[in-house]
Design a protein. Structure first.
Length: 203
């Protein structure tokens, strides 16, 4: 009985952490779209349609304990494409590399990477200085590696201590315990890099 109660408590805490992602995510996206409405209304309309697709994924796949890798990659690609429209300046370079191929049998927790990716866009983009975002996700030997690097501007440490990253740490601890995953954060003079490696399951 004690084990069942503990499992139920951990599941409740996981669900609570996932529900924190949605309002934070939508607030950031809507702020981005709001900034486009007056200067590029046609682009803002397209962004709203793309946002609806992301919302659909978060509603249906985000509620599951596991989702196929290819669906999570489609979600990430959709988010990055949305951000490309927001930051179309020549001063902002955005690169994205995702696993290729049909990988329905490879499963992982949904929405585990999005908070880290959001942080990179939030803290890595400057409107008056050259900026970059480099996102790479790779699958090999039963593990998924997500590496995202972004330019640093100033000396703020908000990136490392934000709510989103703390949420990720808590979810990782609840899902995997103290082992089986790796979260490495490096702060250099002009680059901030997060490297997350997690194990996958097979359907």
């Amino acid at each position: 009985k004690a084990r069942r109660l503990e499992a139920a408590h951990l599941q409740h805490e996981l669900e609570h952490l996932k529900t924190q992602i949605n309002p934070h995510f939508f607030m950031n996206i809507l702020n981005n779209i709001h900034g486009m409405i007056e200067i590029a209304p046609a682009k803002a309309q397209v962004m709203i349609m793309e946002l609806s697709g992301l919302m659909r994924y978060m509603l249906y796949e985000g509620a599951k304990p596991r989702t196929p890798l290819y669906k999570e990659m489609d979600f990430i690609a959709g988010y990055v494409e949305l951000m490309r429209k927001r930051y179309s300046s020549r001063k902002v370079r955005i690169s994205l590399e995702l696993p290729e191929g049909n990988r329905e049998r490879i499963l992982l927790p949904p929405l585990l990477f999005i908070s880290i990716i959001e942080n990179a866009f939030k803290h890595g983009i400057s409107y008056d200085r050259p900026s970059f975002i480099r996102l790479t996700v790779a699958y090999t030997e039963g593990r998924v590696r997500c590496t995202i690097a972004n330019s640093r501007h100033g000396t703020s440490r908000g990136h490392a201590t934000g709510i989103g990253l703390e949420n990720v740490r808590k979810r990782l601890a609840l899902i995997y315990g103290d082992e089986n995953y790796s979260l490495d954060i490096r702060e250099e003079e002009d680059t901030y890099t997060v490297n997350l490696i997690i194990p996958t399951l097979h359907a």
